[in-house]
Design a protein around this ligand. Structure first.
Ligand code: MG
Length: 324
């Protein structure tokens, strides 16, 4: 059954709606918890992590960004900025998104990726809403913030979901390979929100590998994954499919080190949707920054409510911008 077929089912089943809200909250809190947990060990190798932490398993802050305990990084902050823009514009609008990202950069974020900074600077200088296609843009910076798209386009046809994702991604990253990987993550989250089993999520990952073999994840264990989305998703898929709980999946992926805040964030959003908010350990939720947690919960509910009105129309493409 396609995601689009399930919107009707949702509208008629109240208990399922309660459940989908819980899963959406799980996804957003899972993203933030994964980001905060992973940030401590970002850029460390698995061996270095073992030497310093044994198994890294608590939200203790620190890391190369010297974070306060429970604080998140750009992965969560950019998701919240994207979500705000969608809620304020009532649609996935490239200009509203670029403006929200620019506003976020003005807050002097604790961390910001090179490709993201370049994209926002292009917008400020030239009003660019869609950066040119480049194979160097296959970093994980657009995927790490894709959750608001998954929530807001829940129930829409796959092509409308893909278009919404291209609009948000191309403000800073324009890569066909990364678009395919990010769309797979979005659809996995949507399947999980609707209560589909993990085996169905595995089929989506297998479809991605069939279309883009670079994403093949059934070979060597991916340790120390870099910012290239192919490496990120190999680590995320391996951890997700080798475990059976939110906690074991997240611990597996962040202890691989490398770009651990982003593997944690992406794993956290998928696993949070799959296992629900109750599956997120209290010792993590209790430490997570309170304002961040509240913003995540609010957006999860508001974006899901917005998805009921979303029909795939009313997109504002960068290409139609008069300033281009
Ligand atoms: Mg980060």
């Amino acid at each position: 059954m396609l995601v689009s077929d399930l919107s009707t089912e949702l509208a008629w089943n109240t208990s399922k709606i309660d459940n989908v809200y819980d899963r959406a909250a799980g996804a957003y809190l899972g993203l933030a918890v994964g980001d905060a947990l992973g940030a401590t060990v970002e850029f460390m190798t698995p061996r270095e992590i073992r030497e310093v932490h044994g198994e890294h398993r608590n939200l203790i802050g620190g890391g190369w960004l010297r974070l306060r305990k429970g604080r998140v990084t750009d992965d969560t902050e950019m998701s919240l900025a994207l979500g705000r823009s969608i809620l304020e514009a009532g649609s996935v609008d490239a200009r509203a998104i670029a403006e929200a990202f620019s506003e976020w950069m003005r807050t002097k974020p604790v961390d910001i990726g090179h490709t993201v900074r370049r994209g926002i600077c292009q917008y400020r200088l030239n009003g660019t809403l869609e950066v040119p296609e480049s194979e160097h843009d296959a970093g994980n910076g657009a995927c790490m913030r894709c959750l608001p798209i998954a929530l807001f386009t829940l129930g829409a046809a796959e092509e409308a979901v893909a278009e919404a994702n291209r609009i948000q991604s191309h403000v800073t990253h324009h890569s066909r390979l990364a678009d395919a990987g990010t769309l797979t993550v979005i659809r996995m989250i949507q399947f999980a929100l609707l209560g589909r089993p993990k085996s169905d999520l595995r089929l989506l990952a297998d479809d991605l590998v069939a279309a883009e073999p670079q994403y093949r994840f059934d070979r060597r264990r991916m340790e120390n994954p870099g910012g290239y989305l192919v490496e990120t998703l190999r680590a995320v898929f391996q951890a997700l499919f080798a475990t059976d709980s939110f906690e074991t999946a997240l611990l597996d992926v962040v202890n691989r080190g490398g770009d651990a805040d982003t593997t944690g964030a992406i794993l956290g959003m998928i696993a949070g949707a799959l296992y629900g908010s109750d599956a997120i350990p209290r010792r993590w939720l209790g430490v997570l920054d309170k304002d961040t947690a509240a913003a995540c919960m609010d957006q999860a509910a508001a974006l899901l409510m917005g998805s009921a009105r979303f029909d795939g129309a009313g997109f504002a493409r960068g290409a139609s911008s008069p300033s281009r």
